[in-house]
Design a binder for this molecule. Structure first.
Ligand code: ATP
Ligand code: MG
Length: 571
C-alpha cells in the first residue's frame, strides 16, 4: 500500500498538455516535404481503415491518434473507412463499437464515413478496365493450385495455364462470375504481373474470389468479393487520400499498391508504413482477443482486463490518457514493444490532476473510539483534490464507530510500521489522532475483529496543532454512514511479458481479477454514474463500473497509485 501523496511522485515532472502531437516523427517529415514540393497541392488527407471483425484495441488507438492527429495538426481531413471486404467475419456490432470508440477517443470524421463496400461497383468497373488492357485474367485454378503455382521465396512461380486467355473471354467470364454462374472458389480474377517476381505479392495476386456470403451492408447483391490488396489502394484513390498510413507488414505490398494505381492510371495516394504497437503482458491480435471472449476467459470485449478501447474505458481509462500514451510512444519505422507500465503511468498522470479524492475501505476492520460520544457526529472538511484547490472541500461524517483498512492494523507490527498497532498512535485522515488501547478477537479463530481506541480531542486536523506529530495517517469511513460497494481489483491478464507464442492461452493469469464485496465507501458516492472516476485515497484510481447501480455500487480499480512493477523511463 502506498502512502498518501505517493501518486504525485509517480506522476512527476512539469505539467504538460495532454496532447503533444506536435512531436516530430518520420511521417511528419514526409508530409512537411510533400507540402514543400506541392506533391498533393498542399493537402493532407488520411484515413483510418478498420476491418469490422472485432473491437478496436490500444494498437488501433495508436493508428487513430496518428491519422486523425495528422489531419488535425495539418488542418487536413481524416476519413473513417470500414474495410468490409470479407463478409464471412464481419458484423454490424463491430461497426457500431468502432464508431463509438473513435468518437470516445475524441476524434471526428465529420461527413466522411465510408465503407469499402460502397465502392464495390466502382471496383468492379476498375477490374473490367484492367482486363480490357490485358492486365488481369480469369483463372480456373482452385485455391490449392494457386498456392502451388505461386512458388516460394527461393523458387519462381509458374504461369497459370489460364494466363493467356483472350481479353473477350476474360471479360465474359468475369461478368458471369459476378452473375453467380460459377460455384464458390472455382475461379478467381488475377492481376497479370510477374510469376517470377522476387516479391510474392506480385506473382499474379488474386483480385476477386467467388464467395456466397451475406454481407452486412450489401446483403446478397454480390457473390464475388475483392481482396484486401485490390480494394485498399483503389479506395484510397477514390477518396483522394494523400498519405495512406499502415503498419509494417504491408511494406511488401506497397509495390502492388502502386502497380494497381499505375495500371489504372488513377489518382495515386502514398502508402507509408510504421511500426505497430506491441505492449508487454498483452495480446493484441483480434483473433486472440476474440478467442478470449469466446472461451469465456473474460466477460466480453469490454471486460476491464481487455486491451480493447471498450475494456480500457470500462476499466477507467480516459481518452486523454490514451492520446497522451500514443504521443509518448511516438511513431517509428522499427518494431518495438512498449511497456504497459507506461500506459498505466499516462492514466495516473491524467487522473492525478482530475480525479476527486474520496475515502473507501476495501477490507474493513471495525474501530471504536471509546472516549467519543455515542451519539456524537461531526462533519469534517476533506480536500477534494490537493492538485486542484479550485475543487474545494467536502464534508465527511465522523462518529464513534469507524471502519479502517484491515491492513492498517497489525497486532505484532514489524519495525517501521507507521500504521496502527496496540499502544500505537496514528492520525485519521482529516480527523484526529487516535491511540489503540485494546483489541477484540473472535473467540474461535483468534482473529482481531475490532480495534478499540481513544482519540485526542485537541488533535483535530486543520486546528492549531498541539505540536504532537505522528508518523502515520490512515483513511477511514464512518460505519453508520458508509455505503456498501463491490470493488474489482485487476492484475495483468497474462503472467509473462511476452505472451505471444503458440501456448499463449496457458499464460492467462488465474489471478487477474479479485472481487471484494462488502467494501465501505463514503456516503457522498451514493449517486455516482457509470464511468465516473475518482481516487480512493491511498488505494488507487477507481472507476464506476457499467453494472453499478444506486444501492449496488461497483467500482473497478483502473490503476494503483504508484507503479510497483516497472521503472518507467521518462522522456
Ligand atoms: P486484421 O486485419 O488481422 O483483422 P488488424 O489489427 O490489422 O487485424 P484492422 O482493422 O485491419 O485490424 O486495423 C485497422 C488499422 O489499424 C490498420 O491501419 C492497421 O494497420 C492499424 N493497426 C492494427 N493493429 C495495430 C497496432 N497494433 N498498432 C498500430 N496500428 C495498428
Ligand atoms: Mg488489417
Amino acid at each position: 500500500m502506498t502512502k498518501p501523496g505517493a501518486e504525485h511522485a509517480a506522476a512527476g515532472g512539469a505539467p504538460e498538455s495532454p496532447d503533444r502531437s506536435e512531436h516530430k516523427n518520420f511521417i511528419r517529415d514526409i508530409i512537411d516535404q510533400d507540402l514543400k514540393t506541392g506533391k498533393f497541392a498542399g493537402r493532407v488527407h488520411t484515413r483510418f481503415p478498420p476491418e469490422p471483425n472485432g473491437y478496436l484495441h490500444i494498437g488501433h488507438a495508436k493508428s487513430i491518434c496518428l491519422n486523425f492527429g495528422l489531419a488535425r495538426d495539418y488542418k487536413g481531413l481524416c476519413n473513417l473507412r470500414f474495410d468490409d471486404t470479407n463478409p464471412a467475419r464481419e458484423e454490424v456490432e463491430y461497426v457500431e463499437s468502432i464508431m463509438n470508440d473513435v468518437r470516445w477517443l475524441g476524434f471526428d470524421w465529420g461527413d466522411r464515413l465510408f465503407y469499402a463496400s460502397d465502392y464495390f461497383e466502382q471496383l468492379f468497373q476498375f477490374a473490367l478496365r484492367l482486363i480490357g488492357t490485358g492486365k488481369a485474367y480469369v483463372c480456373d485454378l482452385d485455391a490449392d493450385q494457386v498456392r502451388e503455382f505461386r512458388g516460394t521465396l527461393t523458387e519462381p512461380g509458374k504461369d497459370s495455364p489460364f494466363r493467356g486467355r483472350p481479353v473477350e473471354e476474360n471479360l465474359d467470364l468475369f461478368r458471369r462470375m459476378r452473375n453467380g454462374e460459377f460455384p464458390d472458389g472455382s475461379r478467381t480474377l488475377r492481376a497479370k504481373i510477374d510469376m517470377a517476381s522476387p516479391n510474392l505479392n506480385m506473382r499474379d495476386p488474386v483480385m476477386y474470389r467467388i464467395l456466397r456470403a451475406t454481407h452486412h451492408r450489401t446483403g446478397d447483391t454480390w457473390c464475388i468479393y475483392p481482396m484486401y490488396d485490390w480494394a485498399h489502394g483503389q479506395c484510397d484513390s477514390i477518396e483522394t487520400v494523400t498519405h495512406s498510413i499502415c503498419t509494417l507488414e504491408f511494406t511488401d505490398h506497397r509495390p502492388l499498391y502502386d502497380w494497381f494505381l499505375d495500371a489504372l492510371g488513377i489518382y495515386r495516394s502514398q502508402q507509408i508504413e510504421f511500426a505497430r504497437l506491441n505492449l508487454t503482458y498483452t495480446v493484441m491480435s483480434k483473433r486472440k482477443l476474440l478467442q478470449l471472449v469466446q472461451d469465456g476467459r473474460v466477460t466480453g470485449w469490454d471486460d476491464a482486463r481487455m486491451p480493447t478501447i471498450s475494456g480500457l474505458r470500462r476499466r477507467g481509462y480516459t481518452p486523454e490518457a490514451i492520446r497522451n500514451f500514443a504521443d509518448r510512444i511516438g511513431v517509428a519505422r522499427n518494431e518495438s514493444t512498449s511497456d504497459v507500465a507506461l500506459l498505466e503511468d499516462c492514466l495516473r498522470d491524467d487522473l492525478n490532476k482530475r480525479a476527486p479524492r474520496v475515502m473507501a475501505v476495501l477490507r474493513p476492520l471495525r474501530l471504536v473510539i471509546e472516549n467519543y460520544d455515542d451519539a456524537g457526529l461531526e462533519e469534517l472538511d476533506a480536500v477534494n483534490n490537493p492538485e486542484d484547490h479550485s475543487k474545494g472541500v467536502r464534508k465527511v461524517p465522523f462518529s464513534r464507530v469507524l471502519y479502517i483498512e484491515r491492513d492498517d492494523f497489525r497486532e505484532n507490527p514489524p519495525k517501521k510500521y507507521f500504521r496502527l498497532s496496540p499502544g500505537g498512535e496514528v492520525r485519521l485522515r482529516y480527523a484526529y489522532i487516535i491511540k489503540c488501547v485494546r483489541v477484540v478477537k473472535d473467540k474461535a479463530t483468534g482473529e482481531v475483529i475490532e480495534v478499540r481506541c481513544t482519540y485526542d480531542p485537541g488533535s483535530k486536523s486543520g486546528m492549531q496543532q498541539s505540536g504532537r506529530r505522528v508518523k502515520g495517517t490512515i483513511h477511514w469511513v464512518s460505519a453508520a454512514h458508509a455505503l456498501e460497494a463491490e470493488v474489482r481489483l485487476y492484475d495483468r491478464l497474462f503472467t509473462v511479458e511476452d505472451p505471444g507464442g503458440e501456448n499463449w492461452k496457458e499464460l492467462v493469469s488465474p489471478h487477474s481479477l479479485e472481487v471484494l464485496k462488502g467494501c465501505k465507501v463514503e456516503p457522498g458516492l451514493a449517486r455516482v454514474q457509470a464511468q465516473d472516476r475518482m481516487q480512493f485515497e491511498r488505494l488507487g484510481y477507481f472507476c464506476v463500473d457499467d453494472e453499478s447501480r444506486e444501492g449496488a455500487l461497483v467500482f473497478n480499480r483502473a490503476v494503483t497509485l504508484r507503479d510497483s512493477w516497472a521503472k518507467i523511463e521518462r522522456q
